[in-house]
Ligand binder design. Structure first.
Ligand code: ARG
Ligand code: ZN
Length: 872
């Protein structure tokens, strides 16, 4: 049965203090857990503690062994008869980190002990009320072999360490901030350490350290720099200061997702820590900066204020993603960051919202909590915070946040608590806004404008509609804030009046299903520009014709709106071309290419932005606008369009490719932008098949950075058949492997570039990758480098008409599930859009989903399979 929000009951005991004692051995780790506390209400004599895969050694209350009839081991944990009054409960258990392939709880990675407890991993370490609303200060002592595990780390502040005899040693850590168990962490092993320090705004010098594989410490410099910038940004923008004596980050190679915000001891997937120009792409640097910031920002939004229950996950995640996006916008180009965030939202969250896995940002039931770490909770959750800020204004927004921090510090809160704190700072009624948290699905806003020459008015009629989603057949109207401007036919932004207020940009708030907005003082028929800056996470049918849209794209001063206008033109022309394959589409094509060329020339001084202008909507995005989609056809159409652009702009594209920064590597946004533009140019030129193969191969060989190497390799991967590019691709792969075979994070790129290729030998290649000696079903990064890269980023291959792509992924899921259910469930979500495709494809996908359904997989995977197969 699912867990329901309405079933929430407070825990009837308080834990005043936890003392954990670890005796670390790979297959037999002893955990002594001493909890002091008391019953907080009611007459519950039974105390239920969660536990999973634990071997109970002993249990005592107030120093006396508990007789067997006083407790019961249940499928979920243990139930203990408790005496009245204060208690000291001591439980000793044994676990085997070495054989823990789920990577949840205490496990081993590269010969080191590490933990992952969110959401429910702590119960795999010891018996405990493993729920986010039980907060306690933790003291941790651990001991281990001294040579094998020289560094012993946990949350909070270091207290003491020392030797035990000649071979072993111990360390004691104390975390004064009460925390839920999901924020617990422990690490033991050998590392290189990159150190630095940060002086907080109240003048406290805080040592910082990043623990990485031997030999990797130089590659931690960028993460450290990002950490220090995050610490100072959170002080400057949100007034939040760090609150412990030390801050540590540990990089591990085996990790189920990006990183984890454990109090004072963040644990990271090594892929999001290590970087230098030789081994990491600019996208990696960008991801590192944002994930380091994200985990650090959780110290306030997540740790100091945590969630009452897991339904409130967006309380910490949506807000923290919003904060990391704002940080990146301040560190880099605000408009380029915004565009990338919107691309990500649309490709992942809109797809989720449009399929069988759709759920609310704050859902009201779930089968498996691990499956709720979704694009909707994270990315749409962040959009809701941004929208709230637009709706109530900066002053109320920051006042409300300060009130939230003041009122809930040290507590486990809910979305209602958050909205109440905001409500006290604004006159805007937030009750309707709260619907955004409970209603799933992406609203579509449709616009129609009518100009009245005599009255000099422009009446904009806006409608909203949200399609039914699983469990929610009927939808209510949401408040949708749309930043709006009107332009003259010549592309001049008009100052107009709305409700008597003159402005050249207005905020329209669509509150009903349909509403008219009347602008006055509009002398001639204008062109409207809606949802500027993507002020609301909606789909927009703006009612403009392509001529008006081109005029806008050329004139708009809002970079997001300009980019969006061109993307919409591109989407329209791609869908038109794929509907009518034999037509020549000459007029619309040449108008479109002129618009792109013009925008490119106009923005060339901002290369990161120009690169986005050259990027055409992906097959994955186009599918969202289609029924019975045929990805091969969409891909072919897209290629045709890219080819036409490349033909037309060949001269300037070649010039861009020939450009290369010289001198020392510079990871800044400006230098990254130049490389992004070069990559976009190479990508377009590769559309001309073998014409530019020599140039691209040459650019691979001489690439001074990983970004340039990989963009050339990607281009070679996507030249379809035969010709010199084919040989170049294989030669380049061989050279790459030779150079990087001992650096796993770089080799992941080697695996994924092949999994994303569309060459004719793709299927055989994938099988070769899976039987490569370095392929490892136990390592999530490696599995994802092949399986997720293929299923999520190679629509042509994955949706192959004869179904082999679905079968390949299914075979992998079946192998992974027994080892790592969280990973297999994540891979299974690749089937989420299966009903959008052509009937033959649907039949093949359904066959594989049934195969998974029959295989008796983990609860995590089964939850996804069941929902994917359900009739909506
Ligand atoms: N809280 C972590 C982060 O956002 C992610 C934890 C993911 N946990 C999970 N079970 N999927 O930074
Ligand atoms: Zn997070």
């Amino acid at each position: 049965p699912p867990v329901r929000l309405t079933d929430y009951r407070p825990y009837p005991f308080v834990i005043k203090h936890v003392h954990l004692d670890f005796f670390l051995e790979p297959t037999k780790t002893r955990v002594r857990n001493k909890m002091t506390g008391k019953r907080s209400f009611g007459e519950h004599a039974l105390m239920n503690l969660d536990g999973e895969n634990l071997k109970l050694i002993s249990i005592a209350i107030n120093g006396l062994a508990v007789p067997e009839e006083e407790y019961e081991i249940t499928p979920e944990g243990i139930s203990i008869h408790m005496p009245a009054g204060e208690f000291c409960l001591e439980i000793e258990t044994e676990i085997s980190p070495e054989t823990n392939t789920q990577l949840s709880g205490l496990y081993m990675s590269g010969g080191r002990f590490c933990t992952q407890c969110e959401a429910e991993g702590f119960r795999r370490i010891t018996y405990y009320p493993d729920r986010p609303d039980v907060l306690a200060p933790f003291d941790v002592r651990m001991e281990a072999d001294k040579d094998a595990y020289p560094y012993l780390l946990s949350n909070g502040n270091p207290v003491r360490s020392g030797n035990i005899g000649t071979d072993r040693h111990f360390a004691i850590w104390s975390d004064p901030h009460p925390k839920p168990s999901y924020l617990f962490a422990l690490v033991a092993g050998d590392f290189d350490v990159y150190t630095d320090s940060f002086t907080t705004m109240s003048g406290k010098e805080t040592p910082l350290a990043i623990y990485v594989d031997k030999g990797d410490s130089d590659r931690s410099a960028y993460a450290m720099d990002a950490l220090k910038r995050s610490m100072s940004w959170d002080e400057d923008v949100f007034g939040r200061e760090y609150d412990l004596d030390v801050f540590n980050i540990v990089a591990v190679r085996d990790f189920n997702f990006g990183a984890m915000e454990n109090k004072g001891l963040n644990i990271f997937n090594a892929a999001y820590v290590l970087a230098d120009g030789q081994t990491a792409t600019d996208a990696d640097f960008e991801a590192i900066e944002s994930i380091v910031a994200h985990e650090y920002f959780h110290n306030w939004t997540g740790n100091r204020i945590t969630c009452r229950d897991w339904f409130q996950l967006c309380l910490k995640e949506g807000l923290t993603v919003y904060r990391d996006q704002e940080f990146s916008a301040d560190m880099r180009s605000r408009s380029v960051t915004r565009i990338k965030d919107v691309i990500r939202l649309r490709s992942r969250q809109f797809a989720e919202d449009a399929g069988p896995l759709a759920h609310a940002v704050r859902p009201d039931e779930y089968a498996r909590i691990d499956n709720l770490y979704t694009a909707t909770v994270y990315e749409k959750g962040a959009e809701l915070i941004r929208m709230l800020r637009v709706l109530i204004g900066d002053t109320a927004f920051f006042a409300g946040l300060n009130r939230y921090f003041d009122s809930y510090d040290g507590k486990a809160a809910t979305i209602e608590d958050f909205l109440n704190a905001m409500q006290l700072s604004t006159s805007e009624d937030l009750r309707n806004f709260a619907r955004w948290y409970s209603q799933s699905g992406t609203p579509t806003v449709t616009a129609k404008g009518v100009h009245d020459t005599i009255a000099r008015t422009y009446t904009l009629t806006l409608k909203q509609h949200t399609s039914a989603t699983p469990g929610q057949p009927d939808k209510i109207a949401l408040p949708i804030p749309l930043k709006t401007a009107l332009f003259s036919g010549k592309g001049r932004r008009l100052s107009t009046k709305l409700n008597g207020q003159a402005n050249d940009e207005h905020l329209l708030i669509l509150r009903d299903f349909e509403q008219d907005f009347v602008f006055t003082d509009v002398s001639s028929a204008p062109i409207h520009s809606l949802n500027r800056g993507f002020s609301a996470p909606v789909r927009l049918v703006d009612g403009l014709n392509d001529a008006n849209r081109s005029a806008l794209a050329a004139a708009d001063n809002d970079p997001f709106a300009q980019w969006e206008g061109l993307q919409t033109l591109a989407r329209n022309i791609l869908l038109e071309m794929s509907k009518d394959e034999d037509g020549d589409h000459k007029d619309s094509l040449s108008a479109f290419i002129d618009a792109i060329d013009e925008a490119y020339t106009a923005t060339i001084d901002d290369p990161a932005f120009a690169a986005l202008i050259l990027r055409m909507p992906t097959v994955g995005e186009l599918i969202l606008d289609q029924k019975d989609a045929d990805p091969s056809k969409l891909h072919a159409t897209r290629l045709k369009l890219k080819r036409a652009i490349a033909r037309h702009m060949q001269g300037s594209l070649v010039a861009t490719v020939q450009h290369s920064d010289t001198g020392v590597f510079d990871p800044s946004a400006a230098a990254a932008g130049r490389r992004a533009l070069k990559a976009a140019a190479i990508d377009l030129l590769s559309g001309l098949q073998d014409e530019h193969a020599d140039r691209i191969y040459e650019s691979f060989l001489s690439a001074p950075t990983m970004t340039e190497k990989l963009s050339a390799l990607n281009a070679l991967a996507n030249v379809e058949n035969g010709g010199p590019s084919g040989e170049y691709f294989d030669k380049a792969l061989l050279a790459f492997e030779e150079e990087w075979k001992d650096t796993p994070i770089v080799m992941d790129k080697w695996f994924s570039v092949q999994a994303m290729s569309i060459r004719a030998d793709l299927r055989a290649r994938l099988h070769r990758l899976c039987s490569h000696p370095d392929f490892d079903f136990k390592n999530p990064n490696r599995v994802r480098a092949v399986a997720a890269a293929f299923a999520m980023n190679n629509p042509v291959g994955f949706h192959a008409p004869d179904g082999w792509g679905y079968e390949f992924l299914t075979d992998i899921i079946l192998k992974v599930d027994g080892l790592n259910p969280a990973l297999s469930a994540r891979l299974t979500t690749s089937f989420e859009s299966w009903r959008r495709f052509s009937p033959d494809r649907q039949a093949h996908a359904e066959k594989q989903l049934r195969r998974l359904d029959d295989a008796n997989l983990s609860k995590n995977a089964q939850d996804i399979i069941t929902r994917a197969l359900a009739l909506s």
